[in-house]
Ligand binder design. Structure first.
Ligand SMILES: *[C@@H]1O[C@H](CO)[C@@H](O)[C@H](O)[C@H]1NC(C)=O
Ligand SMILES: *[C@@H]1O[C@H](CO)[C@@H](O)[C@H](O)[C@H]1NC(C)=O
Ligand SMILES: *[C@@H]1O[C@H](CO)[C@@H](O)[C@H](O)[C@H]1NC(C)=O
Ligand SMILES: *[C@@H]1O[C@H](CO)[C@@H](O)[C@H](O)[C@H]1NC(C)=O
Length: 240
């Protein structure tokens, strides 16, 4: 609890000292755009507003008096600056663009008005579900399977129309396993994307299905009784 209050206090100090902004973490998929907004409602008066990366390069400079926007040459073709909201849009993000981005309003003093920790990551690779073994009887079916993706793995089994939902994670990746009556579903995800693999249960539980339909085949004895009854009557008729 004490630590929590200390953190709040530190955050307050930071906010107070810099005019604003706690670091916000954002994930962007490689090739996508990201829009970074300023994080303060009441912008202090300023002459110059700068969006800066962690190489201390000024990605965009905006001079308030002339309303001139100056993007850095290396960002020229893939940056948008909105001179109403002062937000910065970076396009076609690559992994090397990961890092800290800050917005600074300079006038009589310098105020940090936004801080973003940008992480550019690839979409996840698709998970792969494989069946290790399957067996079925008239009233039950069991399937043993594995789901793999990257360095994550889940072993599990399907029984009585269900399996135990499971989830494993490593860093920012999550592998999630779930089943319903028809299928086993494995979902691999990270903060920017997800992909799934699915296995249909029906073909794996063949005996189970066959025996379900054999309920209908248990009816012939009734027909047999009518034959027997008929035969008895006929025999009785002949005998008389
Ligand atoms: C700036 O942002 C405002 C509010 O989102 C929007 O209405 C306006 O069209 C934007 N201007 C430019 C040049 O993108
Ligand atoms: C196991 O699955 C295969 C299909 O992959 C199926 O041909 C076989 O009949 C199944 N075995 C049982 C006992 O259900
Ligand atoms: C899953 O099973 C395989 C072999 O069947 C084994 O090598 C692996 O360690 C198991 N993984 C987990 C996470 O239990
Ligand atoms: C897979 O996981 C992601 C992230 O948790 C979620 O948004 C998505 O809906 C899931 N997809 C399925 C098919 O469950």
């Amino acid at each position: 609890m004490a630590v929590y209050y200390l953190r709040i206090f530190l955050l307050f100090l930071l906010t107070f000292k810099t005019g604003f902004s706690a670091e916000i973490s954002v994930f962007v998929q490689t090739g996508d755009s990201v829009q970074l907004d300023i994080q303060t409602q009441k912008l202090p008066e300023f002459d110059l507003l700068t969006w800066r990366n962690d190489k201390s390069e000024n990605v965009v400079k905006y001079i308030s008096e002339t309303k001139v926007v100056k993007p850095l040459n290396s960002y020229k073709d893939r940056v948008d600056f909105n001179d109403t909201t002062f937000s910065l849009t970076l396009k076609n993000m690559q992994k090397t663009d990961s890092g800290l981005y800050t917005a600074i309003a300079s006038g009589d003093s310098e105020n940090n008005i936004a801080t973003y920790r940008v992480s550019v990551i690839d979409a996840v690779e698709a998970p792969v579900l494989t069946v290790n073994s399957n067996w079925s009887s008239s009233d039950s079916c069991t399937v043993i399977f594995t789901c793999r993706a990257h360095d994550l793995m889940i072993n599990s089994s399907y029984q009585n129309n269900r399996c135990i939902a499971q989830e494993v994670t490593s860093q920012i990746n999550t592998l999630n396993l779930n089943c319903n009556e028809e299928s086993i579903i494995c979902n691999h995800s990270n903060p920017v994307s997800w992909k799934k693999d699915r296995i249909n249960i029906t073909p794996l539980c063949v005996n189970n299905k066959e025996n379900n339909s054999s309920d209908i085949k248990t009816e012939p004895p009734f027909q047999l009784w009518t034959y027997i009854l008929g035969a008895v009557c006929l025999f009785g008729g002949i005998a008389l």
